[in-house]
Design a binder for this molecule. Structure first.
Ligand code: NAI
Length: 335
């Protein structure tokens, strides 16, 4: 197995998990792309993460080089051309639920930090400034929280917010009858117009790309707080910046960004950012950006390594592949 875009923290968890499995692992720091795909020649398995490119051209290079299985070490698979993989006979596996709590808790952390201005207070008191000007927040208790995409992560987030005493509205084209008490399914329109806080937990699909755009932002309550720990392209960033400038959106907590590939997971502190849109977001005090770290807990990393290797065990044995993704995995909306 060759692991692309593999960082030291991931290597440690894979090394620890690998002791109980028979696979031989090679770690590469580079992302998978058309330029690097030939490095996988001769490897039966290729292991990728969220910002690797797995389009038709890359998958063809992998298949021609002898690769049989692509093991995604993440839940999302929007970066994989599943039609091409299927046509090339490549099996695609993923880790569907390594820790929904990790991501949901990070979404809550972004919300709490932004609301109570912890990021400002942290810097201020370290300089000996104990003034409270500009640090006003609001009680979460009693507020309406809209959750878009109520799967594993969205459900965790909804339960946490219900625990804060919030009214929780949910929108999902596949409503789950087992949803937690206090979580109410509504139409997307109602969710947008009634929520004080909106958190995105839907996968990136053609339906959800730019789900948050100029029109949907205009339908939201003035002063809404937007949290995105899902995928960057769910939000039209330019439209969000305009809404932030006008005060339509009071604050945004973003763990993901539309054009994060090639920027996130790397250190640009010496050279500075080339992406002016991201730089504009970072210049705004009411915006908190983290670099796709919502998954980054010890529990999640252990589960990712363990489930990835179990997926490969099953593949090697010819056992049923419960974590396989196929073109049918992208379900059409029901409502
Ligand atoms: P899941 O598959 O359990 O739930 C996704 C839910 O979204 C499903 O209930 C589905 O019906 C719903 N959905 C699909 N299309 C929708 C639409 N058009 N509008 C509203 N809802 C829609 O997935 P899970 O595990 O909860 O993960 C959600 C997403 O979170 C992943 O697809 C991934 O993009 C992102 N993620 C981000 C991480 C990070 O570190 N920031 C880590 C892990 C996942």
């Amino acid at each position: 197995l060759v692991l692309f875009d593999c960082h030291a923290y991931e290597q440690r968890s894979f090394q620890a998990a690998a002791a109980a499995h028979v696979h031989r692992l090679t770690y590469l720091p580079v992302r998978l792309s058309r330029e690097t795909a030939t490095l996988a020649r001769g490897f039966q398995g290729v292991c990728c993460f969220v910002n690797d490119t797995l389009d038709r051209a890359v998958l063809e290079i992998l298949a021609n080089g002898g690769t049989q299985v692509v093991a995604m070490r993440c839940a999302g698979f929007n970066n994989v051309d599943l039609q091409a993989a299927s046509a090339l006979g490549l099996v695609v596996l993923r880790v569907p639920a390594y820790s929904p709590h990790a991501v949901a808790e990070h979404a809550v952390a972004l919300l709490l930090c932004l609301n109570r201005k912890i990021h400002k207070a942290y810097a201020r008191v370290r300089e000996g400034n104990f003034s409270l000007n500009g640090l006003m927040g609001f009680d979460l208790h009693g507020k309406t929280v809209g959750v878009i995409g109520v799967g594993r992560i969205g459900h965790c987030f909804a339960r946490i917010m219900a625990g804060f005493g919030c009214r929780v509205l949910a929108f999902d084209p596949h409503p789950d009858p087992r949803v937690a008490d206090g979580v109410h399914y509504v139409s997307l329109e109602d969710l947008l117009s009634e929520s004080d806080i909106i958190s995105l937990h839907a996968p990136l699909t053609p339906d959800t790309r730019h789900l948050i755009n100029r029109e949907s932002l205009a339908k939201m309550r003035r002063g809404v707080v937007l949290i995105n720990t899902s995928r960057g392209p769910l939000v039209d960033t330019q439209a969000l910046i305009e809404a932030l400038k006008q005060g339509q959106v009071a604050a945004a907590g973003l763990d993901v960004y539309e054009r994060e590939a090639g920027i996130f997971f790397e250190d640009w502190s010496d050279t500075g950012l080339q992406d002016d849109t991201l730089a504009r977001l970072l210049s705004m005090p009411q915006v908190l950006v983290t670099g796709h770290q919502a998954f980054l807990t010890e529990t999640a990393l252990q589960n990712i390594a363990e489930v990835t290797l179990l997926n490969l065990d099953a593949f090697e044995r010819g056992a049923p592949l419960e974590n396989a993704v196929t073109p049918a995995s992208v379900l059409p909306p029901r409502i």
